[in-house]
Design a protein. Structure first.
Length: 193
């Protein structure tokens, strides 16, 4: 066997290894010539998204262990602020108020006593004396006092408010079935949010 035959036998024996080495050499040479297109590893760090918490102030009065003004998160409910106040007293009429009531800024909440003459009044309406109705808190009877608003439309306002949350401004009333532009203009001076 001559030297050429020996070389051919070695090449046949290591055929795949030789092809792999050739491909590897071509790849290395190509990358050496392409330095300007070099990929840079720049990982995106998983940063926490911090939402700004909005706070409101609630004036809690009546039959709670620690009445006063409480700073709470905007999405809080009545049961949460009562818990912050240490809970209700033994004389609280727990059937006279809605623990799941969604609270809003500057709201006054009165927790009635079982000895109160009118235990169903749970919120002090500061605007009732001047004839202004808060469309976010008004009862059906209060809404019914507005010109052009009857019991059916008053109930529609309450239903809309319960499903969609508080009205952010007076013009949002136009979305309530039964309230048109003419009605809204007629009651505009008698309502607030």
């Amino acid at each position: 066997m001559n030297r050429g035959d020996k070389m051919l036998d070695i090449v046949k024996k290591y055929y795949l290894v030789v092809i792999g080495v050739i491909i590897l050499c071509v790849f290395i040479i190509a990358n050496m010539n392409d330095n300007e297109n070099e990929m840079i590893f720049d990982p995106i760090l998983n940063e926490e998204i911090v939402e700004e918490v909005k706070f409101i102030y609630i004036d809690l009065k009546g039959e709670v262990k620690n009445p006063g003004v409480y700073k709470i998160e905007d999405s809080s409910r009545l049961f949460q602020v009562i818990s912050l106040a240490g809970g209700t007293t033994m004389d609280a009429d727990v059937l006279a108020f809605n623990l799941s009531l969604r609270l809003r800024d500057e709201q006054v909440i009165y927790i009635p006593s079982i000895y109160d003459e009118y235990p169903m009044i749970t919120e002090i309406n500061e605007n009732a004396e001047n004839g202004i109705v808060n469309i976010n808190t008004a009862s059906l009877q209060e809404l019914d006092t507005l010109p052009g608003i009857g019991p059916t439309t008053a109930q529609s306002i309450i239903d809309y408010r319960n499903e969609n949350g508080d009205f952010s401004n007076i013009d949002d009333l136009i979305s309530v079935p039964g309230v048109g532009e003419a009605t809204l203009n007629e009651i505009r001076e008698f309502i607030i949010t």
